[in-house]
Design a protein around this ligand. Structure first.
Ligand code: PLP
Length: 396
C-alpha cells in the first residue's frame, strides 16, 4: 500500500521536466546550438567569488565536528542575528534573531509557513495569478484550500477590488511574490498599499488576521533602480520567505529563511508554530555550512549586468517582432502573450524550432508562455529569428 495522493503528485507529468528531456535529446541529435532552452529558472551567473572563498575558509579554519554538526533547529544564532541586523538596516524594521528561522530555501520556508498559519477552520490560501505552480502543492500539503486571484489587469499588478471579492472569513493567507515568477513584475507602492488596506479591513471584519506570505527569492534581482516594497512596511501581519537560491546563485545548496514580522499579532506564537511546523515536517536544521556562508556573504549580489543585458535583448527583440508582454522589472523571466491564445499549442510548435518555453496554464495564466532568460546571451540572439518565424506561423 502507498499513499495515493503522494503517488499522484509524484507521477504527474512535469511540463518543465519534459521540455528539459526534449532539449537534451534534440541537442544530442542536432547539436546544442540548435536548442534554445528558456524553460528552466536556474541562475546562469556564478555565485559571487566571495561565496566560494567563504566555503573554502570555513572548511580550512573550522573544527569539522563543529562545522558539519547540527545547528539549533531555527539556525545558528549569530547567522540569524546578522540577517535581522541587515534587514533592519535596509528597511528600518525591528527584527531580531528570535524571529528568523533558517530553512532549506524558499520552498521549505513556504511549506513551513503554510503549516504554521493554516488551521482546519481558517484554511484558504490565495495565490495571485500568474503564480509559481508549487504554491498549490505546498498549500494543499498544509491542508489548505487553494484559491487563485485571476489576472484582470494588463500590467499584472494586483487587483485590490477583485481581492476584496476573493477573501472570505476562512482566508488564512495570501502569497505575494515580487519580483514575480513568471512575469518579472514588481508590485508597485500603490498596489501594495491597496492590498494592505483590503486585508486590514477584512481582518477587522472577520476578527482574525489574514496574513501576507511574501515569497522573496528574487528580491535582489531588480533592474533600473526599481524599488521592491518590503511587505512588513506595508502590512504588519506578514511573514517573509527568503532564499539565497537566486540572489547568491546557490539553488542546489538549499538555503534561505523565514522572517516573522515582530509587529504581527501573535508574532511570538507564530514563530513557535513555525518551529513546530518545521519539526513536524522533519526539518532538523538548514545545512550548517551554508548557514555560516550566507551569514558572512549576505550583503553580496550576483552579477546583475548579465541578466539586465539579456533582458534588454529578449524584451526588445520579441516586442519588435510583435509579441506583447509586460516589461519585466525584476527576476529573470518574461511572460509573453501567445498569438492565437493557445499556450500549449504554441509551446508544442516552438519545439519544432528548438525553442523551449513553458505554457502559462500551470501558472494560472492560460494564453501566455514563460521564458527564463537566465541563459547565454547568444542563445537569445540566435533564437530571435525562430521567434519571428513562430510569430508568423500563429499570425497566419
Ligand atoms: N518561489 C518562487 C517564486 C520560485 O521561483 C522558486 C524557485 O524557482 C521558489 C519559490 C523556490 O526556491 P528555492 O530554491 O529557494 O526553494
Amino acid at each position: 500500500m502507498y499513499n495515493k495522493k503522494a503517488y499522484e503528485l509524484g507521477s504527474v507529468r512535469s511540463v518543465i521536466r519534459e521540455l528539459f528531456e526534449y532539449g537534451k535529446a534534440r541537442a544530442a541529435k542536432y547539436g546544442a546550438d540548435k536548442v534554445f532552452d528558456f524553460s528552466l529558472g536556474n541562475p546562469s551567473v556564478p555565485p559571487p567569488q566571495e561565496v566560494e572563498q567563504a566555503i573554502v575558509d570555513f572548511v580550512a579554519t573550522t573544527e569539522p565536528i563543529a562545522l558539519h554538526g547540527y545547528t539549533s533547529a531555527p539556525g545558528d544564532a549569530g547567522v540569524r542575528a546578522a540577517i535581522a541586523d541587515y534587514t533592519n538596516e535596509r528597511f528600518g524594521t525591528n527584527f531580531t534573531a528570535d524571529y528568523i528561522y533558517m530553512t532549506c530555501g524558499a520552498a521549505a520556508a513556504l511549506t513551513i509557513t503554510l503549516g504554521a498559519l493554516v488551521t482546519p477552520e481558517i484554511d484558504e490560501v490565495i495565490a495571485v495569478a500568474p503564480y509559481f505552480p508549487e504554491y498549490k502543492v505546498f498549500a494543499e500539503a498544509a491542508g489548505a484550500t487553494f484559491k487563485v486571484l485571476p489576472i484582470t489587469r494588463k500590467d499584472f499588478q494586483i487587483d485590490a477590488e477583485a481581492l476584496k471579492n476573493t477573501v472570505t472569513e476562512k482566508t488564512a493567507a495570501i502569497i505575494i511574490n515580487s519580483p514575480n515568477n513568471p512575469s518579472g513584475v514588481v508590485y508597485n507602492d500603490e498596489c501594495l498599499k491597496a492590498v494592505a488596506e483590503v486585508l486590514g479591513n477584512k481582518s477587522a471584519e472577520y476578527g482574525h488576521p489574514i496574513y501576507i506570505i511574501a515569497d522573496e527569492p528574487y528580491r535582489e534581482l531588480v533592474y533600473g533602480g526599481v524599488k521592491v516594497g518590503f511587505i512588513p512596511n506595508y502590512y504588519k501581519d506578514s511573514v517573509i520567505c527568503y532564499s539565497y537560491s537566486k540572489s547568491l546563485s546557490l539553488p542546489g545548496e538549499r538555503i534561505g529563511y523565514i522572517a516573522v514580522n515582530p509587529e504581527a499579532a501573535d508574532a511570538k506564537e507564530i514563530y513557535l508554530a513555525v518551529m513546530g511546523a518545521g519539526r513536524a515536517l522533519g526539518y532538523v536544521c538548514a545545512p550548517s555550512l551554508m548557514q555560516y556562508v550566507v551569514g558572512r556573504t549576505l550583503r553580496l549580489k550576483p552579477d546583475l549586468q548579465a541578466y539586465e543585458r539579456n533582458r534588454e535583448l529578449i524584451y526588445g527583440g520579441l516586442t519588435e517582432i510583435g509579441y506583447e508582454c509586460v516589461r519585466p522589472d525584476g527576476a529573470f523571466y518574461l511572460f509573453i502573450k501567445v498569438p492565437g491564445g493557445d499556450d500549449e499549442k504554441f509551446s508544442e510548435k516552438a519545439k519544432e524550432y528548438g525553442v523551449l518555453v513553458v505554457p502559462g496554464t500551470g501558472f494560472g495564466a492560460p494564453g501566455y508562455v514563460r521564458l527564463s532568460y537566465c541563459v547565454a546571451y547568444d542563445t537569445i540572439k540566435n533564437s530571435l529569428e525562430h521567434f519571428a518565424a513562430l510569430y508568423k506561423d500563429f499570425a497566419d
